[in-house]
Design a protein around this ligand. Structure first.
Ligand SMILES: Nc1ccn([C@@H]2O[C@@H]3COP(=O)(O)O[C@H]3[C@H]2O)c(=O)n1
Ligand SMILES: [Zn+2]
Ligand SMILES: [Zn+2]
Length: 252
């Protein structure tokens, strides 16, 4: 079965041309929102979509461009009997997310005292495969982003790696391709300057060709047009375009 990926946005946290790097994955009746940044409500509207179409929302890490739209998401009534939207996230993120200033509006919602009061929270363990829908599996891999801050990249359907803002990890990428059967890498990319918390284009260009040709670039700055044609084998992922994702699960 085919699943479809549509980036709500492909911009970095400071972009004024692209929405935040958030995505929707669709498996027929099931819709997974991957991260819900400040611009997510507007980006959904731009696609003629609404949060009501979202079945579950996955949070990779706690930065405004990945969580800033959650207060609005929480106000959306879900189709479930409990009425709450479902949030998937690593256990380690639950309390820091609730304490984040961007979620403060929810603290005032009917005496809410925890994330579970405003969302149907489903805690996930890293390095553990989960079946989200008939054609979609997910595994979290903890990856380095900012010191002391937990952040989780994604393995989708056993062969797509979706980076959650990470510093350059060449050994991990080689391992994923050689030992985990990864055939597509969607990677955040800082186009210029020194990469302190993100991977830079220069670093990605230093990878072997066999890895570069699997990579598509996302989470980039407004300078992107200047870099078109200068990214080697790596293409830019474009916001709002629908992509078909490979499904390499052994039992399909
Ligand atoms: N000059 C900067 C640089 C970065 N940042 C924040 O750091 C985050 C890194 O991950 P991100 O998801 O790209 O969002 C960035 C800003 O929130 C920031 O607030 N000021
Ligand atoms: Zn980000
Ligand atoms: Zn980040």
């Amino acid at each position: 079965m085919t699943i479809y990926l549509q980036m709500l946005g492909t911009g970095d946290a400071f972009s004024t041309k692209y929405y935040n790097n958030n995505a929707v994955l669709q498996d027929h009746g099931y819709t997974l929102l991957i991260d819900c940044g400040v611009t997510a409500p507007q980006a959904m509207k731009a696609l003629g979509k609404s949060f009501q179409e979202v079945t579950e929302t996955l949070i990779t890490h706690i930065h405004g461009d990945h969580i800033g739209g959650l207060a609005e998401l929480a106000r959306t009534p879900s189709q479930e009997p409990h009425g709450k939207m479902t949030l998937l996230l690593a256990e380690t993120l639950i309390e820091p997310l609730w304490q984040h200033p961007l979620l403060e509006p929810l603290h005032r919602k009917g005496g809410a005292r925890s994330l579970a009061d405003v969302f149907n929270v489903k805690p996930l363990k890293p390095d553990t495969p989960y079946t989200l829908s008939p054609s979609l599996t997910l595994e979290l891999i903890r990856t380095p982003h900012m010191p002391g801050k937990a952040s989780y990249s994604l393995l989708l359907n056993e062969c797509v790696f979706y980076s959650a803002d990470l510093t350059f990890q060449p050994e991990l990428l080689l391992h994923l391709v050689h030992n985990r059967g990864i055939t597509k890498i969607l990677h955040d990319c800082q186009l210029s300057g020194r990469g302190q918390v993100h991977t830079t284009l220069r670093e990605l260009l230093s990878l072997p060709e066999e890895i570069r040709k699997l990579i598509m670039l996302m989470h980039y700055s407004d300078e992107k047009p200047k870099f078109e044609g200068n990214t080697g084998e790596m293409e830019f992922l474009e916001q709002q375009v629908v992509y078909r994702l490979p499904d390499c699960r052994k039992d399909t």
